[in-house]
Ligand binder design. Structure first.
Ligand code: SAM
Ligand code: SF4
Length: 470
């Protein structure tokens, strides 16, 4: 295993040298990108350094083309489920950090987790991202395992959560081996900043201080048998161009060492957090325009990787972003443990709740987000087909790379959306939703037999059948 995944000097040299941003060069990169094989780091940098409006629009169009060609017009929805805000680390941007005495601490018991899950099921969710700070009640990691089990075991009428992704602190190989047995979806871990010097200044206490231990977290996850991993950067801590070049190095490293790419990339921007000055004025604040460029360039650079945007962003940015290549979004989120069943605890001064990790930019309910996604001609998807059929890790990439995943994504998105419309939507959304589904089957599904199959399955769903997937 390589010790240094990120070569700081190499990235600094790349950032400091002159780079071609002429329109002929950018046009060449865009042409190459349309072949869906990604682009190299120098080409990524050329795109990131472009500030010509026309060229940026071409970059946006290319990102949209890639997203639609690979995944089709669908957007996967999920909700974070914060089980605990206990934490022994000192990340200066986070309200959960151990020295923050203003935060009200809480670790949900299993009954409370069951109630939160029921509330998410009542809203129509099927996919959950389980989140916790780095400190667990007395049961230790067993607390997390028990919580995963509780979420999967909870039912509301005929509804249940079909995929639990996890965002918790990195584990040892042995611990990951245990976690892998709990049928989790993706294990997410964000490096926050890949710039070691900045990392050390911002993580000043607890196990997370160790940059190298976190950097090699995904190695241990793969060694422990986790099949899908999701990486991320907390944008605003350091120069975004550095972060993107380093993130791509990290992905290449994992492909080299383990033969598997990463399943998702998350791209949080820092949001105001209780008792954190840094979160109120991030050292490398990122403008909306730069943020959109980051999304589009990542979609072009790693066409087969899911891109996740959370409710940290406001409604307008989220709508713009799914045109640029975002493939998954959270909706109706709360960042405080118990926030779905105790709404009142999510509110606070400046919108930063006294138990919450950070404030939200998008306060719309799942229903409102789905209305908006529908109005923008995207199918809201709760699909968990790949994971349930074992199409994970390398098997997923083998299907995604020749462009075959769309044949699963779009029908599965349609089935799960039809379920939502029957079970949770009002009449107005039902009408708009089924119209969109009809339009999509006609325009986006080429094969006549597939069209017929989809219509037959939709009739079964109307008659009460649930959980159909290819
Ligand atoms: N405690 C674990 C860890 O740090 O890896 C996992 C969960 S942590 C609650 C999830 C993520 O929240 C962190 O990785 C960080 O990127 C993000 N985060 C922390 N403070 C934030 C803030 N003020 N605004 C936006 N995201 C934040
Ligand atoms: Fe704890 Fe994670 Fe927040 Fe850091 S980011 S203080 S580790 S919850």
């Amino acid at each position: 295993m390589e010790q240094n995944i990120i070569d700081n000097n190499k990235i600094m040299d790349m950032l400091n040298k002159d780079i071609d941003t002429s329109s002929s060069h950018i046009d060449g990169i865009i042409q190459k990108a349309r072949e869906l094989n990604g682009i190299d780091s120098n080409e990524v940098l050329s795109l990131l350094k472009t500030d010509d409006k026309d060229l940026i629009n071409k970059i946006y169009d290319t990102a949209k083309y890639i997203k639609q060609t690979i995944y089709g017009n669908r957007l996967v929805l999920f909700a974070p489920l914060y089980i605990s805000n206990l934490c022994t680390n000192e990340c200066l941007y986070c309200a959960f950090r151990s020295s923050n005495k203003t935060l009200v601490r809480k670790a949900l018991g299993q009954d409370a987790i069951r109630n939160e899950t029921k509330e998410l099921l009542r809203q129509g969710h099927k996919r959950v991202l389980l989140v916790a700070g780095e400190s667990y009640p007395k049961e230790g990691l067993e607390y997390v395992f028990e919580s995963i089990k509780t979420v999967y075991d909870t039912n509301l009428d005929k509804h249940n959560i079909r995929r639990v992704n996890i965002n918790i602190a990195p584990l040892s190989v042995d611990e990951f081996t245990k976690l892998a047995k709990y049928n989790i979806g993706t294990y997410q871990l964000f490096q926050e900043t890949y710039h070691e010097e900045t990392y050390k200044k911002l993580h000043i206490g607890g196990l997370k201080k160790d940059y190298g231990y976190r950097m090699h977290g995904m190695d241990r996850a793969f060694m422990g048998g986790i099949k899908d991993v999701g990486v991320g950067v907390l944008f605003g801590l350091y120069d975004y161009k550095y972060e993107i070049l380093a993130l791509l190095e990290h992905i290449k490293y994992l492909e080299r060492e383990f033969g598997i790419g990463v399943h998702t990339i998350s791209m949080p921007r820092i949001e105001p957090a209780l008792g954190s000055d840094i979160s109120m004025s991030p050292p490398f604040d990122i403008s909306d325009d730069d943020f959109k460029k980051i999304i589009a360039v990542l979609r072009i650079a790693v066409p087969y990787t899911g891109l996740i945007l959370s409710t940290r962003e406001n409604a307008k940015m989220r709508t713009d972003a799914f045109e640029l290549g975002i493939s998954q979004i959270s909706a109706g989120s709360r960042t405080n443990p118990g926030g779905y069943t105790h709404e009142e605890d999510s509110e606070g001064d400046n919108n930063v709740g006294k138990e919450s990790q950070f404030s939200l930019g998008d306060h719309r309910s799942l229903h409102e987000v789905i209305e908006d996604v529908t109005a923008h001609n995207h199918i809201p998807s709760f699909c968990t087909g790949c994971y349930r059929l074992g199409r994970v890790g390398k098997d997923f990439m083998d299907l995604a790379k020749p462009g075959l995943i769309k044949a699963h994504c779009l029908p599965n998105a349609i089935f799960t959306y039809a379920e939502y419309l029957h079970d949770f939507a009002d009449d107005s959304l039902k009408q708009k939703g089924f119209e969109l589904i009809d339009k999509m089957i006609d325009s986006d599904i080429e094969n006549e037999k597939t069209k017929k199959d989809i219509r037959a399955n939709l009739a079964e769903i109307e008659n009460g059948k649930r959980d159909i997937y290819y």
